[in-house]
Write a protein that binds this ligand. Sequence first.
Ligand code: GDP
Ligand code: MN
Length: 380
Amino acid sequence: MDLFEYQGKQYFARFDIPVSKGGVADTDDEAVAQAEAAGYPVVVKAQVKVGGRGKAGGVKLAENADEVRFHAGNILGLDIKGHIVRRLWIENSSDIAKEYYASFTLDRPNKVHLGMLSKEGGVEIEEVAVTNPDAIARISIDPTVGLDLQTATDWVERADLDLEARDQAAALLVKLYRCYTEGDCDLAEINPLILTTDGRVHALDAKVTLDDNASFRHPEWEAFAWGETEDPREQMAKERGLNYIGLDGTVGIIANGAGLAMSTLDVVNQVGGTAANFLDIGGGANADVMAAALEVINTDPKVKAIFVNIFGGITKVDDVANGVLEALKRVEISSPIVLRLDGTNAAEGRAILQPHLSDRLIAEPTMLDAARRAVTLAGN
Ligand code: GDP
Ligand code: MN
């Protein structure tokens, strides 16, 4: 899960990484209140999970309440690379002497953590990597060893940060590494990490990606759920533990395995239809999972037909057939369902469904036939 900047800063603060004082606002009145609390001048910052907000007009300095109101009004609702701004972060403005870059992420092939530090921060790091690769000091960290202050101090020196920033930067990097490892991040990035005109080093931006596989040991991550998905279908699927992505078409799709689900989208497209979603129910498609999947798809008013495409492997088709029938007892489905069931115990599965087939529950022998039928029923 990616965090918004303000959430990333809240996370940093837990690990004692210095950030500016500030607060969130969803309206221009709230923005003014937060600015008064933080103290002028402030920065009004768009909260969207995409970089380059500054260039897109999503980061503005304000000296007083009128300016805060003006900028908040302009930034709320702004479209930044397809992300609509619904929340602002207002923080006490910093006087910047230098902008650096610092991050930790996984170096998977080498099974180590990769730290990157540069005195050329502020701009996109990809740009620095291309135009001035020597300006990035890298460090490989063995996860069983970690990062101590001495190593961080050498690293900061190698990156050639300004002398007055070095001690603070080294201490901050050790904290950032702790945040990254103990905090179970896949990425912890600060761009820019600044040296202020009065000689303080702190995080002016925060880009944090949490490792979802570690969520079981972080109940506090619940607090980061705001704005994670604006799509009510995705929200509902998430609550039911389904691997679902909402799309704009009219054919609802249920498949087992991500590969088959992707192929199902392709084949629906190929015969002139449009998919309403991606939904992989994974292995072991029992009645509960099938009912949950049908329920989510059923809430989508655009769906006109549902295509259930199951290839039995470890999952047996007769179990799936029973699952579908059981699910249909529990959920009232408004669209016709087209089934393509193949693989392990396919004949047994089809026999189970046979007496229940109708113009609302249709079986087709192949994936292509089923796609055609579903697309026709959807009226494409
Ligand atoms: P991004 O564009 O999405 O990466 O947003 P950032 O939070 O990194 O802000 C972009 C730029 O705005 C920074 O690189 C700074 O130059 C500038 N900026 C952000 N906060 C402040 C601040 O408190 N004071 C000043 N003077 N500039 C700021
Ligand atoms: Mn930034």
